[in-house]
Design a protein around this ligand. Structure first.
Ligand code: DQA
Length: 157
């Protein structure tokens, strides 16, 4: 509804998976020079502009990512996730997203379809609202916009 204002701010959880703590140093030809701290900083700035709350976590542990997804239930409205290599292997992360029915957008810095064939399959893609892949650190900003736009259009109440 145009002009509608909501009492509660939308809340977004950003999850960064394994090796993304190395951004800036790790294979810059593929992942760029922007480090994770800088990505989280511009995501927070973007969230403020969009009028949403944002919390970001990174872990190299699959189980930790599953725990955060489970804990997001009732706490956050949507998840922006770069599951790193777990994208291509983790049924547990897929099941956590399915089990909690969290709205999610999948992002990747690199274009996973231009890379090795084992990166072409994502266990998240078909249960996500959508996927953004190949725009470097900007994939996160585009993903945040897409997720917030979706949540605002589909918000109940
Ligand atoms: C990645 C792509 C994955 O294939 C890889 O394992 C990563 C990063 C990306 O953002 O491009 O760790 O998710």
């Amino acid at each position: 509804m145009i002009g509608r204002t909501f009492v509660n701010k939308l809340s977004i959880l950003v999850l960064h998976g394994p090796n993304l703590n190395l951004l800036g140093k790790r294979e810059p030809n593929l992942y760029g020079n922007v480090n994770l701290e800088a990505i989280n900083r511009f995501l927070n700035e973007e969230a403020t502009r969009l009028g949403v709350n944002l919390t970001a976590h990174q872990s190299n542990q699959e189980g930790q990512l599953v725990d955060w997804i489970q804990q997001a239930w009732g706490q956050h409205d949507g998840i922006l996730i770069n599951a790193g290599a777990y994208t291509h292997t983790s049924i547990a992360i897929r099941d956590a997203l399915l089990g909690t029915k969290m709205a999610c957008v999948e992002v990747h810095l690199s274009n996973i379809y231009k890379r090795e064939s084992f990166r072409h399959h994502s266990y998240i893609a078909d249960i996500a609202i959508g996927q953004i892949s190949g725009f470097g650190a900007e994939s996160y900003r585009l993903g945040l916009w897409a997720l917030v736009d979706y949540l605002q259009k589909n918000r109940e109440g």
